[in-house]
Design a protein around this ligand. Structure first.
Ligand code: PEP
Ligand code: MG
Length: 579
């Protein structure tokens, strides 16, 4: 038995036989073309491009209807890359002028592109580099094996098997889902790659970054994949298999149990109602929200409407998107966060404003700073949100506030926009609540100064932790320092909640910490009023809320804040979670 560790990117347990896909980067031949054969070579290259297009289109046609929209957008991105001049025209010129063979012409072009990407240490662009590499590999495979019926290995019956590969593209995952694989494991990859995102939305247990998995595992070997913990067991003993079968059954019965409390109230044993809301990125995510009967939307990340496109969505387009969400959730609060672009979230159309900051984008012109810097970006959004407020219970939320001055400028802009809409006879909710995200330590420390001017707070722990502990949230090398239980983080959360309570405004949390069952009881004890999270986490959090007694948790939470060392702090939190 061998236990390997990687990064668990999609939870669930799978037990099955290994199917090892040996599909490392193709070896690229290099030779000069014989005199007069350049046009034939160009023809061969164009045929490989055409084949790649057909393959990608076929994959797009096979995407299940239930799959989230980002899947087809990933395939569309690959098609766009395929049609880019740098990929489909530049190698043709190289074949004609330098007489390189097609594979080598493509390889030299792709190396040049890689070098350009390498110089940009921006995670968004880096992810594009991966996409370009995947498209180039596809063309190379078509050149090297012209009869390649698109990964014929994959189209075999893989029912119930666990695929082990060096790396998998999003397109591979779509095909694999069809063959009903039980899970997948890759040597490479990271938690925020497209492939990982796809695995989560298609609910395929997956572990990435298991170095040497393809070398350590042979075809047909029995495997256990724990996609939550990132643990891979090769050739497990019978008693281990039995234990994991039990865990699988536990997961199934937990799912049933959670389904049963869907319609139940989200309140503690001692009768305090706790609002459990959902985070969404795109209007279509609302389906997942209604499925778990969330109280409402606690965070709508509107910047996703601005990404992966060359232009800006105008007021009308934004209004339609916001209205769609509001109408889909009648009577429920919808918290629309204004644009949080900058840092790792880029939109091509705003790059002019953002490009002035390249040194440290996480500390640069991001979120509300960008919006106040370029109000031509902000005003149409304010108008669209206000207009959508006429259709339901809209709340507006401002990201990354760090000073009162910014807060006042935003409030003034909202008032100006209301006056403008009034003059134009456009409907809006004059009492639309305005909340602020507390995600910069400066705002948390001085939350009492912000509270009188806002209608609610929402703590963004993803950034609050990044900025408090000085760890870039997209830098793998400092991941190990990420700690929601760091005393400084807990003190800032407690300070924010206290300030909200003292002023009488509700305090929510919409960072990842709010959807993590390890912290639910502690946050309840600290007095958090609302939790907002990925819809898939909501029912599990509800189960804990319903099984908690607030009075008791309050006492324990104070003990956590008073703890003098990390071991003591962790022990108290663990004890809170045991009851
Ligand atoms: C956060 O920072 O915790 C948050 C919810 O916002 P985002 O993850 O979009 O930065
Ligand atoms: Mg944030």
């Amino acid at each position: 038995m061998l236990v390997l560790h990687g990064t668990g990117v999609s939870s669930g347990i799978a037990i099955g036989k290994a199917y090892v896909l040996h599909r490392e980067r193709p070896e690229v031949p290099e030779y000069m073309l014989p005199q007069g054969s350049a046009e034939d070579e160009v023809g061969r290259f164009i045929a490989a491009i055409d084949a790649a297009r057909t393959q990608l289109e076929r994959i797009r046609d096979h995407i299940p209807k239930s799959a989230p929209p980002e899947i087809s957008s990933i395939i569309d991105t690959h098609l766009l890359i395929l049609h880019d001049k740098m990929i489909c025209e530049a190698p043709v010129a190289t074949i004609r002028t330098k007489h390189y063979n097609a594979e080598w012409a493509l390889k030299t072009q792709s190396d040049e592109l890689s070098a350009v990407f390498e110089q940009m240490d921006d995670p968004y662009l880096r992810s594009k580099k991966t996409d370009v590499g995947q498209v180039v590999d596809r063309i190379l495979r078509n050149l090297l094996v012209p009869s390649n019926g698109e990964h014929e290995q994959i189209t075999d019956a893989l029912d119930g098997q666990i695929v082990v590969a060096n790396d998998l593209t999003p397109a591979d995952i779509v095909l694999l889902k069809h063959t009903r694989i039980a899970a997948f494991v890759t040597n490479l990859g990271g938690p925020i790659s497209h492939t990982a995102i796809l695995a989560r939305s298609l609910e395929i247990p997956a572990i990435v970054a298991v170095h040497n998995a393809t070398r350590a595992i042979r075809n047909g070997e029995e495997l256990i994949v724990d996609g939550k913990l990132g643990v891979l067991i090769v050739l497990p003993e019978p008693d281990i298999i039995a234990e994991y079968h039990t865990r699988q059954r536990d997961i199934v019965s937990l799912k049933r149990e959670l389904e049963a409390i869907k319609a139940s109230r989200s309140e503690t044993r001692d009768g305090t109602e706790i609002a459990l809301c959902a985070n969404i990125e795109l209007p279509d995510d609302v389906k997942a929200v209604t499925k778990v009967a969330a109280h409402g939307i606690g965070l709508y990340r509107t910047e996703f409407l601005f990404m992966n496109r060359p232009d800006l969505p105008d007021e009308e387009e934004q209004f339609r998107a916001y209205a769609k969400v509001v109408k889909a959730l009648p009577g429920k609060p919808v918290t629309i966060r204004t644009l949080d672009l900058g840092a790792d979230k880029r939109a091509e159309s705003t790059s002019r404003s953002v490009s002035t900051v390249t040194v440290n984008p996480a500390l640069g012109l991001r979120a509300i700073r960008l919006c106040l810097h370029d109000t031509s970006l902000f005003r149409p959004q304010l108008r669209a949100i206000l207009r959508a407020s006429a259709l339901g219970q809209v709340r507006i939320m401002i990201p990354m506030l760090s000073s009162l001055g910014e807060t006042f400028r935003v409030l003034d802009l909202i008032e100006e926009t209301k006056a403008e809409l009034n003059r134009q006879g456009q409907a809006f909710d004059p009492d639309m609540p305005v909340g602020g995200m507390i995600e910069v330590p400066a705002a948390a420390v001085s939350a009492d100064l912000f509270a009188p001017h806002l209608d609610f707070f929402s703590i963004g722990t993803n950034d609050l932790i990044q900025y408090t502990l000085a760890i870039d949230r997209v830098d793998e090398a400092v991941n190990y320092l990420y700690d929601p239980l760091h005393p400084s983080v807990l003190r800032l959360i407690a300070t924010t909640i206290r300030a909200g309570k003292a002023t009488g405004i509700p305090v929510a949390m919409c960072g990842e910490m709010a959807g993590d069952t390890r912290y639910t009881r502690l946050l309840l004890g600290l007095g958090l009023d609302e939790f907002s999270m990925h819809p898939s986490a909501l029912l599990e959090i509800k189960r804990i809320v319903r099984d908690s007694s607030l009075q008791e948790l309050k006492r324990r939470a104070q003990d956590v804040l008073d703890a003098r060392d990390t071991a003591e702090l962790h022990a108290i939190v663990e004890k809170m979670n045991q009851r």
